[in-house]
Design a protein around this ligand. Structure first.
Ligand SMILES: NC(=O)c1ccc[n+]([C@@H]2O[C@H](COP(=O)([O-])OP(=O)(O)OC[C@H]3O[C@@H](n4cnc5c(N)ncnc54)[C@H](OP(=O)(O)O)[C@@H]3O)[C@@H](O)[C@H]2O)c1
Length: 265
């Protein structure tokens, strides 16, 4: 899986914003973003439609991640939801298909559907989202060792997963997709981050993203519907952080000392 992509939550919700959102995704692809993260939930399928429009007739298509709603994640419901997502995006295959969060459906049923979709070539890989360590343990009992990712809320201001979830995932080489890597913009006003960004010679958003990218097995998927920010965020890939900046970030945004339940947006 690529380590960087564009998120699409809040896209596809209104016709008025559609052209701007489409333009932002197209711009991201022109700049070389290798991945798009979406979900059937976003804009009630509207975000997947915009993704489909953006990737239509491109020579190379990016790695596509989408997600099934927990209430659709039954044995037959997962397959039907995946087929609807494929249709909306005009695709034959979703590269990574995730259970959006753990809901009422039995994990055995969701994973059986995932295995069937994979065998049929409709998805390349599958995984989960918003799973804490105990949920990952439960998933490990039914995933036949094939759980390909866990997408969770993780950024400088929300480092809870570092206590036990990340070590658990690292041991099994399962990538962590960090969602809301800018804390939905909330991180960008923090004075400590602003000061360190000047020292690092990058913008605040780039520093927040570069910190994630410096961590092994972590993938970042910032969302922006603005051309300039789409470009700025990609610049994080080239930011090299010194041990001194990393130590100062640890001081300003300390890692957890005890278990914290996984937060979810
Ligand atoms: N699995 C899950 O449950 C889950 C939950 C949440 C999110 N996600 C995924 O993760 C993606 C990213 O998370 P997110 O959208 O919640 O939050 P985010 O990427 O942390 O932040 C997005 C917000 O920050 C603004 N922004 C982006 N780049 C900026 C920059 N360089 N300078 C200033 N502001 C900037 C955006 O505004 P503009 O658009 O106006 O630029 C938007 O308001 C989502 O889009 C979605 O694909 C998954």
């Amino acid at each position: 899986m690529p380590v960087f992509g564009i998120g699409t939550w809040r896209m596809g919700e209104s016709n008025r914003d559609r052209n701007g959102e489409l333009d932002a995704i197209r711009h991201a692809l022109d700049l070389g973003y290798p991945m798009i993260d979406t979900a059937e939930m976003y804009g009630d399928g509207g975000a997947e439609e915009i993704v489909g429009e953006a990737i239509k007739s491109r020579k190379e298509r990016p790695f596509i991640v989408s997600k099934v709603y927990p209430h659709n994640a039954t044995r037959t419901g997962t397959i039907a939801a995946c087929e609807r997502s494929l249709k909306r995006m005009g695709l034959e295959r979703i590269d990574l298909y995730l259970l959006h969060w753990r809901g009422g459906s039995r994990l055995e049923d969701t994973f059986e559907a995932f295995h069937r979709l994979k065998a049929a070539g409709k998805i390349g890989d599958f995984g989960v989202s918003n799973f804490d360590t105990d949920d990952m343990e439960d998933a490990a009992r039914v995933d036949k060792g094939e759980n390909g990712a866990n997408q969770v809320l993780y950024c400088l201001s929300r480092r809870g997963p570092e206590f036990d979830l990340i070590p658990w995932m690292e041991k099994r080489a399962i990538p962590l997709m960090a969602y809301s890597p800018l804390d939905q913009g909330g991180l960008l006003g923090k004075s400590a981050l602003k000061k360190l960004a000047v020292e690092a010679g990058c913008t605040t958003a780039q520093l927040a993203l570069a910190w994630l990218l410096a961590r092994p097995g972590v993938v970042a998927i910032p969302k922006s519907s603005t051309r300039e920010r789409v470009k700025e965020n990609l610049g994080a890939v080239d930011v090299k952080l010194t041990p001194q900046i990393l130590a100062e970030l640890d001081k300003a945004f300390p890692p957890p000392k005890t278990k914290q339940s996984l937060q979810m947006l």
